[in-house]
Design a protein around this ligand. Structure first.
Ligand code: KIV
Ligand code: ZN
Length: 382
C-alpha cells in the first residue's frame, strides 16, 4: 500500500512558549527555529505577532532566516491581528497565516458573548481577509473537542469555501477520548462536502494524558497534519509531544500506512536544546527523549538486552540520536550486567568464582547506593 505523508506542524515557539517560565528572546527563537528546520518539520509556528513587539520581531527574524519550512503566524479572527501577522511574515519564503475562532457553545456564549451565526460570519471574514495577504491560510476552530459536530462541520465547510487550505480541529482543553476525537474527524470527512480541498490538522492537549493517542486517532480517521511541541511542552499539561507521534509512525510503519520527512536522529538534540533554552527539564521516564528511555536496570531485562537489544527495545536509540542503550547498575542488576560494565571499562573478568566474589561485594555496595558508577566499579575490581 502506498504510504501517505503526515505533515509535522511544530508549535514549540508559540503554544510551547505559553508554558509558564518558557519565554524566549528573538535570538533564542531563531536558534531553535534553525534546529527545527534541521529536524525537518514541515511548518514552524513562529509566534503570535500581535501579542507583543518581541513576538513580532521573532516572527519577522524567523521568516527571514528559515528557507525550507513554511513559517506560520497565529492570529485571532480580527483584521488588525491579520494585518500585523502578514507584516511579520513578509520575508517568509512560504508564509502561512493561522487564524480562527471558538467553535464550542462554551466559547461562543461565555467567551465571545455571541451566537453561532455571528461566529460563522467572523470565521469566514477572517479567512477571506487573510487570503488577501497569503495563499496559505490555516483556520482553527478553537475548542472543537467540545463543539457540536454538526455546527463544526458547517463552520469547516464555510471556511474552506472562503479559501482555507488547512483546517485545524483543536481539542483545546484536552477533553476528548481517542475514539471520540477520531469519530469527530471522521464526521468532518463524511459531512463536509468540500473537505477534499483542505488538509485536516489535529491539535490536541494533554490534560488527561491523551494528546498523543488523540492525535493518532485523528490521523487514522483522515487528518494529514499533526500539531504539537517538542517535549510536549505547552499550556497547562502541554501539547501533543511531536517526538512521540513521529516515532509512533516510524516504529509501527509495519502497521500504519504513513510517513513523515523528519530526520529522527535530530530528535534528541532538538529535545535537549528545547529543555536547555526554555529551562524546562525533561522527566527521566519521558518516551523517546527521557534520560531513562533506553536505560535498563533490572537483571532480567539487562540479561535480555545483552543477548539481543530487541528483547526489550522497540526503538534503536541511535535512530533518535541517543548514543546507545544503557545498562544501569543497581541492586536489581545481575551478573551479566555487572560483567558487561566491568569489561566496558577495560577489565577482563573470569566467569565463576571471580565474578561471584565481585558480585557479592557489588550487591552490598548497591544496597547502600542507588546506582553504581564507573568509579565504584573500579574500586570494586581493584
Ligand atoms: O489549543 C488551541 O486551540 C490553540 C489554537 C490557538 C490553535 O492553540
Ligand atoms: Zn493549543
Amino acid at each position: 500500500m502506498a504510504k501517505e505523508k503526515i505533515y509535522i506542524f511544530d508549535t514549540t515557539l508559540r503554544d510551547g512558549e505559553q508554558s509558564p517560565g518558557a519565554k524566549l528572546n528573538t535570538r533564542q527563537k531563531v536558534e531553535l527555529a534553525r534546529q527545527l528546520e534541521k529536524l525537518g518539520v514541515d511548518i514552524i509556528e513562529a509566534g503570535f505577532p500581535i501579542s507583543s513587539p518581541g513576538d513580532f520581531k521573532s516572527v519577522e527574524e524567523i521568516s527571514r532566516t528559515i528557507r525550507n519550512c513554511i513559517v506560520c503566524g497565529l492570529t485571532r479572527a480580527i483584521k488588525k491581528d491579520i494585518d500585523v501577522a502578514a507584516a511579520a511574515l513578509k520575508k517568509a519564503k512560504y508564509p502561512r497565516i493561522h487564524t480562527g475562532i471558538g467553535a464550542s457553545d462554551m466559547h461562543i456564549e461565555h467567551k465571545f458573548k455571541s451566537n453561532r451565526e455571528e461566529i460563522l460570519k467572523r470565521a469566514v471574514g477572517a479567512v477571506k481577509y487573510a487570503k488577501k495577504y497569503v495563499s496559505d491560510v490555516e483556520f482553527y476552530a478553537e475548542d472543537a473537542g467540545r463543539a457540536d459536530n454538526a455546527f463544526l462541520a458547517r463552520m469547516i465547510e464555510a471556511v474552506i469555501k472562503a479559501g482555507a487550505t488547512v483546517v485545524n480541529i483543536p481539542d483545546t482543553t484536552g477533553y476528548c477520548f481517542p475514539e471520540e476525537y477520531g469519530a469527530k474527524i471522521k464526521y468532518l470527512v463524511d459531512h463536509v462536502s468540500n473537505i477534499d480541498k483542505a488538509v485536516i490538522s489535529v491539535h490536541t492537549h494533554d490534560d488527561i494524558g491523551l494528546a498523543v493517542a488523540n492525535a493518532l486517532a485523528g490521523i487514522s480517521n483522515g487528518a494529514r497534519q499533526v500539531e504539537g511541541t517538542i517535549n510536549g511542552i505547552g499550556e497547562r499539561a502541554g501539547n501533543t509531544s511531536l517526538e512521540e507521534v513521529i516515532m509512533a509512525i516510524y516504529t509501527r510503519r509495519d502497521y500504519l500506512p504513513y510517513y513523515t520527512r523528519i530526520k529522527t536522529r535530530e530528535l534528541i538534540p532538538t529535545s535537549r536544546m528545547v529543555a536547555n533554552i526554555m529551562g524546562i527539564p525533561v522527566q527521566p521516564n519521558k518516551a523517546i527523549v527521557g534520560a531513562n528511555a533506553f536505560a535498563h536496570s533490572s537483571g532480567i531485562h539487562q540479561d535480555g538486552v545483552l543477548k539481543r537489544r530487541e528483547n526489550y527495545e522497540i526503538i534503536d536509540p541511535k535512530v533518535v540520536g541517543a548514543d546507545s542503550s544503557q545498562i544501569i547498575l543497581t541492586a536489581r542488576s545481575g551478573r551479566a550486567a555487572l560483567r558487561h560494565r566491568i569489561e566496558d571499562i577495560g577489565y577482563k573478568i573470569k566467569e565463576g568464582e571471580e565474578l561471584d566474589r565481585i558480585y557479592q561485594e557489588f550487591l552490598k555496595m548497591a544496597d547502600r547506593k542507588k546506582e553504581i558508577d564507573e568509579t565504584d566499579l573500579r574500586s570494586l575490581v581493584n
